[in-house]
Write a protein that binds this ligand. Sequence first.
Ligand SMILES: Nc1ncnc2c1ncn2[C@@H]1O[C@H](COP(=O)(O)OP(=O)(O)OP(=O)(O)O)[C@@H](O)[C@H]1O
Length: 861
Amino acid sequence: MAGPCVHLRELRGPLHPDKDDTEEECVQEEDGDRDSEFVDAEELCSGGIQAGSLPGRARVSIPDELTKEQCPVRGRFPLLGPWWRVKVRVVKPVRSKIYQAQGFPSYFLQSDMSPPHQKNICSLFLKECGYERRDEFLKWVERVSSYEKLNFENLPDTLRRFDREPGEKNKGTPTENEQDVRRFVNSLIPFVCVMTALKFPKVMEFLPTLFPRHFRRLIGSSSEEVLQRIEEALGTHPWKLGFRRVTYRQMKLLSCEASWTAFSQCPSLLQLMTPLQKNALVVYAKLRQTCREDGHTCVEVEALTSAVAQNMSFQEACESLEFMKDLDVVTYEKDCVFLSELYQAEQGIASSICDLINRPPWHLQVDVKKVLASISSGKPEDSRRAEAAEGSEPDGMGLAQGESVADPQDGGDHVRIDGDHEMSADICDVPLDQDQVVALEMICAKAVTVLSGKGGCGKTTIVSHLFKHVEQLEEKEVQQACKDFELDGDASEEWLAFPKQSPAAVDKAIDVLLTAPTGKAASLLRQKTDLPAYTLYQVSYSFYFWKKHVVDKPWKFSTVRVLVVDEGSLVSVGIFNSVLKLLCDHAKLSKLIILGDIRQLPSIEPGNMLQDVFETLKARGCAIELKTNHRSESQLIVDNATRISRRQFPEFDAELNISASPTLPISIQDKTFIFVRLPEENGSSQSPKDEHRANLYSAVKTLLQGKDFQSAKTSQFIAFRRQDCDLINDCCSKHYVGHLIKDHDKKLIFAVNDKICCTRNAYLADLLPNDDREANGKGFDIVSDAAPSDFKTKQDFESSIRLCNGEIFFITGVSFIIGNNVCQLEIFFLSPRVHHIRDDILVQCFFIRNFYISFAMNIGL
Ligand SMILES: Nc1ncnc2c1ncn2[C@@H]1O[C@H](COP(=O)(O)OP(=O)(O)OP(=O)(O)O)[C@@H](O)[C@H]1O
């Protein structure tokens, strides 16, 4: 950790690359890659500009214009290149040679290409643009005019003139060349950014600070109209950029607003604001902060006005609220003030739930006890039915419509499937969790159900088993109907001639949609249920994508009848309202099931959707709490997982005191969460830091020799500091795999049997080489033990397969792609994670940025 900062200073100067710059590993620097904020599907469909991720950290060198000092700076620079001049505030931590940028830089284009360096700057710029005829062009400029006359403003014209020039080995006709240059100028990002900077200097100066997530997308988007409106606002009404509802309405920006803190860094913009506008921004910031901290969608007016009392009078605070009300930024109800978008989201959820409850009822005719018995006995229902069917009807079907399922109204205590009589006895023997029985009966009968309970009480299991059971029954019905149809002598020729489609060939419609708020939760849901599961965001985004690109097919989720939302306590009201509305309006939604734990802390977003819906529906007999833990793992592990996710210290059921020279045997039998206490530091010859490292290393080495640590699959180290984690990882990596985790250049090394953790969310397809460009076009060969059919590249993958931050894999195999005998990419096969990915592969160069060795996990609490 760096020491305290000594001084804050402002640097101004051109942005030069730093010679010592090495690629950032970005491990655990999650904020740079955080998913963009949720945007409603309707807003997305409106074609607005969405936020991207924050620019990654980079090292640059800024020759300060004032002191002439060459300053190495580390910070987030959305644009790089010596044709940019920046103004950035920096600090230099004690004992560090590198300045750290504070906030984001302001950009100014060196439109004259910074004489006398025009040639170099122009050359670097054209190189960045990938302009192939760069050298010819520069020679031509030198010959026909001079560099002094060249600047960014006349560069496009100069390029056009060069292309028109007779005898300049132009291949195409003048018109074609003209088009080429226009394409080049209009579509290449560095060129577009430079042209934007010429037209919209205020955007370049203020937007990196005000909209750090939107800036790059905005200036690369060529949305002149939007940029023009922002430029105008920056010149006259900068306060408008502080309210997302205003930026959406007036500038078509999605979830985009500048914080009060960001405005405070731009004093020249504050000068353009009236006291009322400034006060409104302060009150708005406080309202957002309070909603976020308290988890509510509203704040009492009195509490809010007192919270800003230091900044303004009561009267002024009330006037600010009125100002925001007129803009539809806030809404009042009784004595409370709501952020309008959250108010509307809550109203929307309530109205969709009422709509569902008032739709014609859809009762699932299922014997829920049979479903539960199949879980408790651990036998899949198919095998039970197969066993039962052996002694049943000769056609083997045994299910006849009307007889096949129990009527939930008669208590479902007996099973009425033909040939299943033996099963009845079986079921009676299995003790059932009565809460689960009631929960399933509720789901079968009601349109909306909420199941709450701690992790392990079987919420996901019972719901997935129920719908698998329903699906089996439906399949049987269809088979029977087909059979009847074939036997029907009157069926038309045309129908009979229709080729039989194999079930796999039919694109299966999604009836039951399993969702979760985060990618990690969706991935867990997939693993647990063996069914496809999506994030709510994916559902919302797929609608937008379908509207925008797909015209000839119905929306992927248009057949959905049942929506299951897992981890309900983490679901924010905005995304839930959006998905619910989409499925009510554009699918066949008839049942909604929300799973979660009302006793768990709600999502960090304002609003407590689960608790609110649970309380409301409990009174109507549509919500239940499950109380029995069915998980075979120790309850302590389950509870500690919850504690850690809430940033609370875990509890331990054993403590191991490691002596200075630890030896085996150390018995930790039957213990699941063990605290390892290292020897007291005795201040011997080594520094305290070295002594701690030596003790830790030797303790881990000893532990690894024990039986309990034979497999890295069934044990996990946890540490509270990154350095400790690295050390334990090194030790484990040597023990389990036989290598250190980093090479002499401090680059991560990966090998077969490594336990690795994904450190950022990413679509798998984005990590793979492009089949055409990289694998074939450049003549790559694959040297692999894997059968060719096993080998997969980008196009073989469903683009929706998502790797989630925090997911753990083992590397199970390795292959190589050799390109033109020069470059070599390592391809790793990961342990099967989700059943529909069998041979995941990733490319080493991306690997480093996306994975980290995880024999030890860091839980900095
Ligand atoms: N009735 C039951 N009989 C036997 N085992 C059960 C029963 N219900 C659930 N289980 C088992 O308990 C374990 C936990 O179930 P499940 O994962 O569905 O719980 P959960 O409430 O969804 O937990 P979480 O909130 O952590 O996702 C699973 O291994 C499941 O097979």
